[in-house]
Every structure is written in C-alpha cells, then in structure tokens.
Design a protein around this ligand. Structure first.
Ligand SMILES: Nc1ncnc2c1ncn2[C@@H]1O[C@H](COP(=O)(O)OP(=O)(O)OP(=O)(O)O)[C@@H](O)[C@H]1O
Ligand SMILES: [Mg+2]
Length: 248
C-alpha cells in the first residue's frame, strides 16, 4: 500500500506519518517513509533517524532533471528503466532504523539554488515503478497544501490521508482535497488532529464525508512536548491503530 499524508501547514502531517510508520513496524511491516516536503527538516528527527541524502542526486541531480524537463515534465525521458523494489534503492540514499527506511527526494539547502520541481518529478516517476511486497508499506509525508496534486507527485498512491487541525483554513483545504480526489478516483480518509472538547464537534460537522473520519487524535501533551524538544515519537496510540485498521 502507498499512502499519501496531506494537509495544511502545521496540521500534523509529519507527526501522523511518523506515528503510522512506528505502528506499522510494530505490526511487522517494512516501511518506506518518503519525505516529500522540501521545506521542512523535522521528519527524520520525529522518526529518530539520520537525515538521508537527496535521492534526486541518484538520478543525476537537480540541474540534470531541470534540463531534461525543459519541455515539460510529461515530455521528458523516463528516469527509471526497470521496476524497483525496496532492495533496489541504494543504501546510501536511505536512513534505516529497524524495519523503517527513510528517503528524501530532496531539500532546499541553499539560497538561490532553484525550486523544488525536480524532486516532485523524480517522485512522479519513481512511485509508479516501485513494486511492493505483501509486507511493504510506503508513506509519503507531503508538503503543505495542494500544489503536489497539481504536479501529480503522489498520483500512484492508493490511499490519501487528510490531516485536519482545528482551523477554518484546514477545513477549507480538506473540502478542496476531497473534490480533487473525487476527480482522480482516490478515497480520502480524515484524521481529525489536535482535537479537544470544544472543537471536535465543529470539525466533524464540517467534514463532507464524516463516515471517512478514520480517527480523532486529541491534542496530546507528549506530542506537543516532542514538537518542541525534537525528541523521537516512540509512543503507541490507539488512535493510530484505529487509523491503520480503517485504511487497510
Ligand atoms: N495530536 C497532537 N497533539 C499535540 N501536538 C501535536 C499533535 N499533532 C501535531 N502536534 C504538534 O503540532 C506541530 C506541527 O506538527 P507537524 O510538524 O507534524 O505538522 P506538519 O503538518 O507536518 O507541519 P508542516 O506543514 O510544517 O510540515 C508540532 O509541534 C507537533 O508536535
Ligand atoms: Mg511536516
């Protein structure tokens, strides 16, 4: 299964990604986490892992991809000429810890280095070529918002998880993502995040398909603290187990 985790900036995408990866590992799965957010640097820490090298370098680097895609990403030659399994991903582009692997298409490292188009192009081509074993799961931690839908970065994902935090902006985005996903035939599951007594009812009412709410994740003190200190997320949460069961 290939899962895309999306939502508004700061809604909890990386937190949900890291918690799901750890839970899948506990359930005996091999997990490939792909950090598709070129602008944030926190996911590896939430997973308690080293920061991986940019995978885009493996296929020639940013400048080469930009040249190859000069006539549009749909008109460029394929970057991968054969099917790929987890074993084929070069170890130097992965961080590994237990049964979890972390890959990063690329990050913005310096001023004036150019945009993130190439990273999205690499994932657009890589993901459909990636074959999974029965026990394999891929989780994509997407950049905030909907630009990645425009680029088609996660088009070959089977499941879309929309993390919704208690804000009007987040609810508006969830409605837009639901609309986009209905056009491309993808099912959206919602995680209501940072829920408390006051906001949960309002959020449930505003979700267009409440039956697709996979879990309601309360505002948790330990997650909030880890968000400040940068400690890895090692806790086990029944809400995350519920989420995984719901999207199975
Ligand atoms: N259920 C929760 N309870 C308490 N704090 C949470 C919860 N979920 C996320 N947070 C905190 O909210 C902040 C944002 O979370 P996170 O980084 O996962 O969001 P994000 O959507 O990945 O953000 P970005 O768009 O910047 O990548 C972090 O400080 C995190 O610790
Ligand atoms: Mg994030």
């Amino acid at each position: 299964m290939k899962i895309m985790v999306c939502g508004k900036g700061g809604s909890g995408k990386s937190t949900v990604t890291a918690l799901m990866a750890k839970e899948y590992e506990r359930q005996g799965k091999r997990v490939l986490v792909i950090d598709c957010d070129e602008s944030n640097y926190g996911l590896h820490q939430q997973l308690g892992m080293e920061f991986p090298k940019d995978f885009t370098d493996y296929v020639g680097g940013k400048q080469k991809i930009m040249m190859l895609s000069a006539n549009g990403p749909m008109n460029m030659p394929p970057l991968f000429d054969r099917r790929i399994s987890f074993e084929d991903i070069p170890a130097e582009y992965l961080s590994k810890e237990g049964s979890i692997m972390l890959m990063s298409p690329g990050k913005i490292h310096d001023a004036n280095e150019g945009c993130a188009c190439s990273f999205n192009i690499v994932m657009f081509q890589f993901l459909p070529m990636l074959d999974l074993g029965e026990n394999d799961v891929v989780i994509l931690d997407m950049e905030a918002g909907i630009e990645h839908f425009g680029r088609g970065t996660g088009m070959s994902c089977d499941k879309v998880i929309m993390v919704v935090d208690p804000s009007y902006e987040s609810l508006k985005l969830s409605a837009k993502i639901s609309e986009i996903c209905s056009h491309i035939g993808k099912t959206v599951y919602y995680v209501i995040n940072k829920a408390d007594e006051d906001n949960t009812g309002i959020m449930i009412k505003k979700i267009d398909k409440p039956e697709m709410i996979a879990c309601i994740m309360p505002q948790k003190g330990d997650l909030k603290k880890a968000g400040l200190t940068g400690e890895p997320l090692d806790g086990q949460y029944e809400e995350v187990q519920e989420l995984i069961a719901k999207i199975a």
